[in-house]
Design a protein around this ligand. Sequence first.
Ligand SMILES: Cc1cc2nc3c(=O)[nH]c(=O)nc-3n(C[C@H](O)[C@H](O)[C@H](O)COP(=O)(O)O)c2cc1C
Length: 293
Amino acid sequence: MDSLIGPYVRNIPLALAAAKLWALGIGRVHPPLERLGYSRSLMGLSIRNPIGLAAGLDRTGSLLKGTLRAGYGFTEVGSVTVRTLGMTVRNLSRARRQQTDLVVGVNIRSAPDKSEETVIANYITCLHELLPFADYIVLNLNAFISPEHSHRNSEWLERLLSAALNERDLFWQMCGKRIPLAIKFPLAAELSNVHRFLLQLCSEINLDGVVAVAPTALTEPHVCELIRGIKRIVGDVNIISVGGVGSADQVTARMEAGAAAVQVFSSVLKHGPYVSLRLLETLPTSTDTEVPA
Ligand SMILES: Cc1cc2nc3c(=O)[nH]c(=O)nc-3n(C[C@H](O)[C@H](O)[C@H](O)COP(=O)(O)O)c2cc1C
């Protein structure tokens, strides 16, 4: 139970933001007009606009209706762990039956203080259970990426990613649906050897996306330079940029640098659920600018 409500109890702005999205979902309010002209492709999925809600707010998929009404193009439920898996599967299976327009990614993670095999098994259990309900899946590698990672860790990361791809491909063969797979990890001021190793691996094994978390201390031109560096390594793999996004200028700059979409988190805690619509108010539409996919 702790892992379900604990994060909200410990963080009042997080609880308030989640409550507002929830109320938006159940209320009889007329949502603001949807802003058209922003649809694009993200990892082969059609999104109605490039502003996504980052993982951490809707931890078990209970806020999808509010997130859709608030104007987001996509959302990332989670992070889901083996402990919150049952509740998430229940919520998502119900939501899927109602067919929303929202692209729903699911972000999965494992507690790091387990044996390497247990961590891989945890990721695969989550993946196995969630593949039928997710539009895309993100492996949150936050806890496993640090500059001091050794060669052994690189081998382990490779094993984890190929096990995840095998699981995804098995589902694809059995159900005929290919679910895009991405990884999420924190950036630093420079791309480290571990970053480069992971990004090259993504490109070699045909992963679909990278959710790159920019430290908030970096300036916007610095973040864009990092995105350009990532793009040079991953090529066609889609980049989702998150970290410090709060203005339409930032969204434009990051997409011009090579991001396929962006996600917001802290601005939603600060300014409320309609951040997406506010950003779209001044963002050029897809037809105004040609941005790299
Ligand atoms: C309170 C809090 C909880 C978060 N929980 C998660 C999580 O469960 N999984 C995840 O991948 N990221 C999580 N994040 C990270 C956000 O998704 C996002 O990547 C990060 O906050 C940077 O974006 P921002 O600068 O817009 O906040 C969390 C962040 C915060 C502040």
